[in-house]
Design a protein around this ligand. Structure first.
Ligand SMILES: Cc1cc2nc3c(=O)[nH]c(=O)nc-3n(C[C@H](O)[C@H](O)[C@H](O)COP(=O)(O)OP(=O)(O)OC[C@H]3O[C@@H](n4cnc5c(N)ncnc54)[C@H](O)[C@@H]3O)c2cc1C
Ligand code: SF4
Ligand code: SF4
Length: 811
């Protein structure tokens, strides 16, 4: 008599394993399959197209009833197994049917995770796991309008796409900052987000769901920050948990899943497990290809081939139509990994390969995933890639073809009519002929005569290659220094292109300007953050992670790891109240050193990081705000006592200093920015070595710019003389704004003035009143969002609270 094989779970893994077994030994077993769902075996992966109404359920059936009959399989669909009795080798169904087995397969898959929040059991809340969930969603879309998908992973985004196709207004709520963060890096996640937003799907990243609200049916989703989003349908797609209820109750070894050996055998040798319910070597899987590999090994073992399952490397694709996306392996990189990055802004392509020890260990492809399988194979085979390293990012065709030996080959091979500059429609032949007929030798000349690379600049590298090809040895590559190793663009190019393309996020800049690294480096990220702040006041959200430590914690780190705290003292003036508060806070937090600074303020040195919010709270209570002593921003406005007290003083220098500081505090600048005001030409406030120095004279004020103390002392240049206090403020605002708009990040005003020339600055500020007024206006607009005390935000509203936790409490 044949042995009895009973399978619990009529899903993808169980039935594939059964197909493998039937191929190897069609008549060995008497097979019975139990499935809780009322269906034959269908392709769960294709539920997304069914939801999007691109396919019908019938299209996604893998094995129809005839297959079960032809193979003498007894299918018991819509019958759930409720217990396994290992002592007498039987199982019991919810219809009280007792079925004996010789060999039992557990193929029970996973359960979707339901976030334990208030309202989770309301009507209209569903998961996305099986056909009945799809029916629930399609039905809801016929009556209701607003859908919220919780979870921006593969499943959540496919649900969002499907619901949108059903005419619903869809919002995706995702906890992490990057969509599909387990498969995509920041750059690819950004592109995906932009693509989905362009399809009218609202994406909220960094959003934490607090509760689902409604009486009987869900009406809205409440985020922990208080935001409320209308919702008639909520889809929870936040992850899955291996379904091991039966296995656990039967006393089989379970951990994160049902524990199996290399033969897929559980702790009971007559019970095997396969699919998502399994834990093998500490790992569980949520994609089909490893489950199929498990099935093959299990079937092979059962027919005596001794097959073993060795674990799997997985890759992911998103099936949302029109979004090409591929991800495999480890894309987090690390100190011993290198990245090869390719971006084609015009085609919206981003490709990144992570290399370790001369092998591909991870790949993320967006926009063009055609070579995904090839990279994946190289990765799985652990092939060495030294020989193809320089070309493989361009794809298998180029890297493995005859062209591989010559880096210029791809350009050489382009026909004359191949378009090089997409913005201006300039082809290779037009560039070559302009170079030859007009004797062009520089990129600027080529830009001027052909317009190639004159707009978005993303074809610059290609244009340079055409020049190199045409001019041979006489071609001189441009010498402008790029911002950093991540890009060929200079600071000026980047600033210009941010405005030209209206780029408003760091990943958008990196994609459009074809950054060579996935996420930039410690040089370019803070610079880009600043350029975006300066370009889009009030619109751009500061990326505080791109800032250096001092700016992240709003205090200066000292050599022993403690911090220094410098409250603002407007124009160097203080009051008994402020001094009392400083004395009290010093005692209360055992601050070891209190020092008067060169900028006429009081520095509290030796503050522990975790005490910073407390110190700030006490200083805030006495009316003091951050002095930004750590920032690339306005630092101090030093003043002398001036006409208020000094017998030589010709103007009120203290009053002017306070006014200037009140006007300019909080502004972010390319580098630190210092000012001073002296009440007469004796210049006791040393105003002529400041970024903006004001010196009173009998007839008004002299304005000096571009000075610097420090390592390279530079005395200011005289910008002009003005007569009124209002003019001092207008010129100061205009000068600061010009510097904010033109200075390179980390360039002080002294080198900036020398770089652009004093005449050019005078011409735009002194001689052109309209331009001056516009600059000042832009400065004041940007100040509207800047003048918020960062200390108060942290001390009172817990902004970035994790930064100030003692190490032992973190994680
Ligand atoms: C919408 C969606 C899209 C997906 N897209 C992809 C993709 O693009 N690529 C990819 O690789 N993977 C994808 N997956 C994942 C893939 O579908 C799963 O990895 C795969 O289906 C798991 O197979 P399984 O047999 O382990 O579990 P399942 O296919 O879930 O089958 C388990 C079956 O067991 C039944 N069962 C459970 N307990 C019992 C019981 N006690 N008695 C009787 N029956 C029981 C269940 O009802 C179910 O039918 C997707 C999944 C979903 C839901
Ligand atoms: S700069 Fe002139 S006004 Fe100011 S303190 Fe010195 S002498 Fe007096
Ligand atoms: S002068 Fe040198 S030692 Fe003194 S505070 Fe500045 S950096 Fe530190």
């Amino acid at each position: 008599m044949k042995k009895k094989l009973v399978v619990i779970g009529n899903g993808m893994a169980g039935m594939r394993a059964l197909e493998e077994l039937l191929d190897l030994a069609p008549n060995n077993y008497d097979v019975t399959v139990f499935g809780a769902e009322p269906h034959v075996n269908y392709n769960r992966i294709m539920l997304s197209p069914v939801l999007a109404r691109e396919q019908a359920f019938e299209d996604i059936i893998i094995n129809d009833l005839a297959w079960y009959e032809d193979n003498n399989i007894c299918l018991r669909a819509h019958e759930k197994i409720v217990a396994i009795n290992r002592s007498n080798k039987t199982i019991i169904s919810d219809q009280d049917r007792i079925t004996p087995y010789d060999i039992l397969w557990l193929a029970t898959g996973s359960d979707p995770f339901i976030i334990p929040i208030p309202g989770k059991d309301l009507k209209g809340v569903t998961t996305f796991r099986d056909m009945s969930d799809v029916t629930t969603m399609i039905d809801a879309s016929e009556t209701y309008q607003n859908a919220v998908v919780i979870g921006g992973g593969l499943l959540g985004l496919e649900a969002a796409y499907g619901l949108k196709k059903n005419g619903m207004k869809v919002t995706v709520i995702h906890l992490a900052d990057t969509l599909m963060e387990r498969q995509l890096d920041e750059a690819a996640g950004f592109l995906l987000k932009s693509e989905l937003e362009s399809r009218d799907i609202t994406i909220l990243t960094g959003a934490n769901t607090g509760a689902l609200v409604g009486k009987d049916r869900v009406e809205s989703v409440q985020l922990k920050d208080g935001t409320e989003i209308p919702a008639d349908l909520v889809v929870m797609a936040v992850g899955i948990r291996p379904n091991m209820t039966l296995a656990r109750a039967a006393g089989l070894e379970c951990n994160r899943g049902v524990v199996v050996n290399d033969h897929l055998q559980t702790s009971d040798p007559d019970i095997f497990a396969v699919g998502e319910c399994v834990e093998h070597n500490g790992l569980t899987y949520g994609l089909v290809s490893p489950l199929y590999e498990m099935g093959r090994a299990m079937a092979g073992y059962m027919v005596g081939h001794g097959s073993r399952y060795k674990g799997s490397v997985t890759s992911t694709k998103l099936k949302v139509t029109g979004v090409e996306l591929f991800s495999a392996g480890d894309f987090n990189g690390g100190p011993d990994c290198e990245d090869i990055v390719f971006r084609d802004a015009r085609r919206g392509v981003y490709k990144r390969l992570v290399i370790k020890d001369d092998r591909i260990v991870g790949a993320v492809l967006y926009g063009d995933a055609a070579d995904g399988p090839w990279y994946f194979q190289l990765m799985k085979d652990k092939d060495k890639i030294a020989d193809i390293r320089d070309y493989m990012i361009f794809g298998q065709a180029l890297a493995m073809g005859d062209n591989a030996a010559d880096p210029m080959a791809a350009v050489t091979a382009l026909p004359d009519k191949a378009e090089i500059c997409g913005c201006n429609g300039v082809c290779k032949g037009a560039i070559t002929s302009a170079i030859l007929t007009k004797g062009l030798t520089s990129l600027d000349e080529v830009r001027a005569h052909t317009k190639a690379s004159a707009s978005c600049g993303s074809c610059t590298h290609l244009v340079e290659q055409v020049m190199a090809l045409t001019l041979g040895d006489s071609y001189q590559a441009p010498t402008a220094t790029p911002m950093c190793g991540c890009t060929d663009h200079t600071h000026d190019d980047v600033r210009h292109l941010i405005l030209h393309h209206q780029l408003k996020e760091i990943p958008a800049v990196m994609q459009m300007l074809q950054w060579k690294t996935p996420n930039g480096c410690s040089k370019c990220r803070p610079a880009l953050n600043y350029y975006l702040i300066a370009a889009w006041p009030g619109e751009y959200q500061d990326d505080y992670q791109s800032r250096y430590i001092n700016e992240r914690v709003h205090a200066n780190i000292q050599k022993d790891g403690t911090y220094s705290v410098v409250p603002r003292m407007w124009g160097g003036l203080t009051t008994p109240n402020e001094l009392r508060a400083i004395a009290d806070v010093t005692d209360k937090f055992n601050i070891p050193t209190v020092k008067v600074t060169g900028g006429q303020r009081i520095d509290l040195l030796g503050v522990k990081k975790e005490d910073l919010p407390g110190v700030w709270a006490d200083l805030n209570a006495a009316g003091m705000v951050s002095g930004h002593a750590y920032g690339k921003s306005l630092r101090t406005v030093k003043t002398c006592v001036g006409q208020e007290w000094c017998r030589f003083g010709t103007q009120m220098s203290m009053g002017m200093g306070v006014d200037l500081e009140r006007m300019a505090w909080g502004s972010w600048t390319p580098h630190k920015f210092k000012m001073a005001v002296s009440g007469c030409p004796r210049n006791c406030a040393e105003a002529t070595i400041k970024d903006f120095g004001v010196v009173a004279v009998d007839s008004g004020w002299e304005l000096h710019v571009g000075g610097n103390g420090g390592m390279h002392v530079r005395a200011c240049d005289l910008l002009c003389k003005v007569t009124t206090d209002a003019e001092v403020k207008e010129y100061c605002a205009a000068f600061m704004q010009l510097y904010r708009e033109e200075g390179h990040y980390l360039e002080r005003t002294a080198p900036w003035v020398e770089r652009v020339g004093l005449d050019s600055i005078k011409q735009r500020i002194v001689e052109d009143a309209e331009n001056r007024a516009n600059l000042a206006k832009r400065f004041h607009i940007s100040q509207q969002g800047n003048q918020q005390d960062p200390w108060a935000e942290r001390a009172k509203h817990n902004v970035h609270a994790h930064e100030f936790k003692p190490l032992a409490d973190v994680g």
